[in-house]
Design a protein around this ligand. Structure first.
Ligand code: FPP
Ligand code: MG
Length: 308
């Protein structure tokens, strides 16, 4: 059992430079993503896929995968194809989420959404192409990893994408729009599926690639689930408090779409408090790893202080 003062000590003693770490990891991920998908025929679909895949963003999902793999003694090279696949899956979910049939959004990552540039038909196909390619990419590009681990990674990814993950969460999210009687329980279901499942897959796939034990997987699943929910609470808060420029997408959309959110249920301050508690629990899970877990600890803290 970890005591509260030990958790505080973990935070205070940290000399870890998160900004430099995130910048350097992001540049590794950007270069790998650029290499992962070259333009072939028919050019239009590859251009549409690359348009969204290379549009920037925090690259938090691939960075989480790399950091977890390294925490358990794995290398960047072992995890890089999976890290790219996770970003392909995340990007495809955003392309589809922005479609007129879903959230009908015009801006994403500071630029026009995929369907605004390429049309709805191509945007749907670009999403489909990225999703299929993500799995092909993990299966064909991963090296120095035993096949059983790869099967496990593919199982995590497919589970996170399907009806028990992103798809299921999105369905309930769409059904909840405009309703005033959504419970905190339903809201949590939406977020643990729509956002949490993929974040958990990022952490667990990185862990599995490095050869995690069952106890590692249990601890890291707890870490991921807690940062996942905190991430979404902060997303809800930022939708109210940040500008469109800061977010790179339309601000104030939840209110406009009459979406139920944590700030709407609990208020801004209580939502922040709840997010902080989740981050504290997440950081607690890292205690057995000591200083080696500094990147994951710092990422957890970043989730709550981020501005976009
Ligand atoms: C953004 O949420 C959307 C998601 C996190 C995922 C949406 C999931 C789908 C569209 C299903 C995708 C299909 C497959 C097969 C994976 P948001 O609308 O709350 O956030 P935003 O403000 O960034 O749009
Ligand atoms: Mg949306």
């Amino acid at each position: 059992m970890v005591k509260a003062n030990e958790i505080v000590a973990d935070n205070i003693n940290s000399q870890f430079d998160l900004k430099t770490y995130l910048e350097s990891q992001k540049s590794i991920v950007e270069a790998a993503l650029d290499r992962s998908l070259s333009i072939r025929k028919p050019e239009k679909i590859y251009e549409a896929m690359r348009y969204s895949l290379l549009a920037g963003g925090k690259r938090l999902r691939p960075i989480l995968c790399l950091a977890t793999c390294e925490l358990l003694g794995g290398s960047t090279a072992m995890a890089l194809p999976t890290a790219c696949a996770l970003e392909m899956i995340h990007t495809m979910s955003l392309i589809h989420d922005d479609l007129p049939a879903m959230d009908n959004d015009d801006y994403r990552r500071g630029q026009l959404t995929n369907h605004k540039v390429y049309g709805e038909d191509i945007a749907i196909l670009a999403g489909d192409g990225l999703l299929a390619y993500a799995f092909e990419y993990v299966a064909t590009q991963t090296q120095q990893v035993p096949a059983e681990r790869l099967v496990k990674v593919i199982t995590y990814l497919s589970h996170a994408v399907g009806a028990e993950g992103l798809v299921g969460g999105q369905v309930l999210d769409l059904e909840s729009e405009g309703k005033n009687d959504i419970s905190a329980e339903t809201l949590t279901f939406i977020h643990t599926h729509k956002t949490g499942a993929l974040l958990e897959a990022c952490v667990l796939s990185g862990a599995v690639l490095a050869g995690a034990t069952q106890i590692d997987l249990e601890r890291l699943a707890q870490y991921a689930q807690n940062i996942g929910l905190a991430f979404q609470i902060i997303d809800d808060i930022l939708d109210i408090t940040a500008t469109g420029e800061e977010l790179g997408k339309t601000a104030g959309k939840d209110l406009k779409a009459q979406k139920i959110t944590y700030p709407r249920l609990w208020g801004l301050e209580a939502s922040r408090q709840q997010a902080q508690e989740l981050i504290d629990v997440a950081i607690e899970q890292l205690h057995p790893y000591g200083a080696k877990a500094e990147p994951l600890r710092a990422i957890a803290n970043y989730i709550i202080t981020r501005k976009n």
